[in-house]
Design a protein around this ligand. Structure first.
Ligand code: COA
Length: 257
């Protein structure tokens, strides 16, 4: 049903692969809409516990928004493109199930913004990260000026945003832009293992963690207050009963049955 992405589900993990390898997985508008749709459907699917987002091939996660598509856009079209792109990134960031970016190569412009919208980023050693938009006469348009600051701090973010220089995977690791660097051959297995580990925790508690952390960065929200609220509410859930009972009875918690 999708034209630009591939969906594979195994062991309750849904892997979404951008499937435009010949264009280095450049993110045209249709691709972004499909990613959003896949995340939204997966969030409704009780058999899906987590997502891995990656790009097809060995060269690129996504080399940015599709320049050939937007080159002749009007101001109105570009504004809509950016707003729609933000909605895609927000859908990923606010997914109630964890989204792990398996960054398998170039992660530039919109590709870097896509990776940054995910909850966790694992990079292959050949990955490169950058926001080269100023080379094209525009600032980033899919949240890059905000999420890069959140992840690496204002000074480094401004340097990357203003120089357009790409950084390698180990530099991204040292800046906190990625969580781990692995060899490309191990990338998907590493992400799968991580997704499985998180999936064994309380799904409701994971959802609450995502909400609290996101509220820390959301206009008009207070993450501390959200935490008080969801902590209290958690005590009325079966997940809490299962987790505490498992601890007290020295057994492994099972939150899924
Ligand atoms: N949008 C549209 N097409 C893109 C693209 C993008 N962001 N990035 C790569 N492609 C296309 C190329 O046009 C080329 O298509 P073609 O074979 O039909 O000519 C194909 O993908 C392969 O890219 P190519 O440039 O030949 O690969 P490379 O290994 O020489 O260079 C990059 C790789 C990533 C350095 C280079 O493709 C690049 O600079 N891409 C644009 C990065 C960018 O500015 N992103 C931000 C956009 S807002």
């Amino acid at each position: 049903m999708y034209k630009n992405i591939l969906i594979e589900s195994a062991d309750n993990i849904c892997t979404i692969s951008i499937n435009r390898e010949a264009k280095l997985n450049a993110l045209n508008i249709a691709t972004l809409a499909e990613i959003k749709d896949a995340i939204e459907h997966g969030n409704q699917d009780k058999d899906i516990y987590a997502f891995i987002l990656t790009g097809k091939g060995v060269k690129a996660f996504a080399a940015g928004a599709d320049i050939s598509e937007f080159a002749n856009f009007s101001v109105a079209e570009a504004t809509k493109m950016s707003a729609d792109g933000h909605a895609v990134m927000n859908a990923i960031e606010n997914s109630v199930k964890p989204v792990i970016a398996a960054v398998n190569g170039f992660s530039l412009g919109g590709g870097c913004e896509l990776a940054m919208a995910c909850h966790i980023r694992i990079a292959s050693s050949n990955a490169k990260f950058g926001q080269p938009e100023v080379n094209l006469g525009v600032p980033p348009g899919y949240g890059g000026t905000q999420r890069l600051v959140q992840l690496v701090g204002k000074g480094k973010a401004l340097e990357m945003l203003m120089t357009a220089d790409a950084i390698d995977a180990n530099t991204a690791l040292s800046l906190g832009l990625v969580n781990q660097v692995v060899e490309q051959a191990d990338l998907l297995a590493t992400c799968h293992k991580l997704a499985t580990k998180i999936s064994r925790k309380s799904p409701l508690a994971i959802q609450n963690v995502i909400n609290c952390v996101n509220d820390s960065f959301s206009e008009g929200k207070d993450g501390f207050n959200t935490e008080i609220e969801v902590f209290g509410k958690a005590f009325g859930t079966l997940d809490f009963k299962e987790g505490t009972d498992a601890f007290l009875n020295k057994r492994r918690a099972n939150f899924r049955d």
